[in-house]
Design a protein around this ligand. Structure first.
Ligand code: ADP
Ligand code: 5GP
Length: 186
């Protein structure tokens, strides 16, 4: 079985940036699971690559069909991990990385207790707002929901196997690499 690596952290903590960079240089068999979501697509995002962008109806149909390993309402939209993005890869010995919120991690843990969890955070709470504003992807309403959600996420950080402080991106990447590489050698 390939390792299952779950990455969570407040919106704006740098999860996507770190995961993208980690996977580029990893040289291990690894698959980044593409989640389904009902949130609107952002400029620059590709359907099927960053997410499967679905209607609410399509998402609810998949829930009924039992296709999700986990799903949750995050900041007012549905997000979920498809079983087919995880199980077949792990069975082939490929590692799988999931980027999910704390609700998703808690659900996946029930079914996959062997997962390894990493929580990404910045050392100051102000960093999330600044990064999200600079990223320029959120409306003020969405930004406020994300900042309110940060507290809920941070409250569970200590339950994760590892925490990565992402203040300096290169340093955070090195920490993450040092955590992940041994998982492929177990
Ligand atoms: P998340 O996936 O956790 O919501 P992103 O990876 O999209 O976060 O990062 C949010 C924004 O912050 C992006 O614009 C990204 O380029 C930037 N960013 C990521 N890491 C750092 C860092 N260490 N210092 C400053 N900005 C960062
Ligand atoms: P974004 O809209 O910025 O892409 O993602 C918002 C948040 O949704 C992320 O911080 C991440 O924690 C969460 N998320 C992304 N994909 C999933 C998923 O498949 N399941 C769950 N539960 N949360 C997800």
């Amino acid at each position: 079985m390939g390792p299952l690596i779950v990455v969570s952290g407040p919106s704006g903590s740098g999860k996507s940036t770190l995961i993208d960079r980690l996977l580029v240089g990893l040289r291990k068999p690894v698959h980044l699971a593409v989640s389904a979501t009902t949130r609107p697509i952002r400029p620059g995002e590709k359907d099927g690559k960053h997410y499967h962008f679905w209607t609410k109806e399509a998402f609810e149909k998949e829930i009924q069909a039992g296709g999700f390993l986990e799903w949750a309402d995050v900041f007012g939209n549905y997000y979920g991990t498809l079983r087919r993005e995880v199980m077949p890869h792990r069975e082939r010995g490929t590692g799988v990385v999931l980027e999910v919120d704390v609700q998703g991690w808690a659900q996946v843990r029930q079914e996959c207790p062997d997962l390894v969890s990493i929580f990404v955070r910045a050392s100051s709470i102000e960093a999330y707002a600044k990064r999200l504003r600079d990223r320029g992807t959120e409306t003020e309403d969405s930004l406020q929901r994300r900042l309110a959600g940060a507290q809920r996420e941070l409250a569970r950080a200590a339950e994760y196997d590892f925490q990565v402080i992402n203040d300096d991106l290169d340093q955070a990447l090195e920490h993450m690499r040092a955590m992940v590489i041994p998982l492929f050698e177990r």
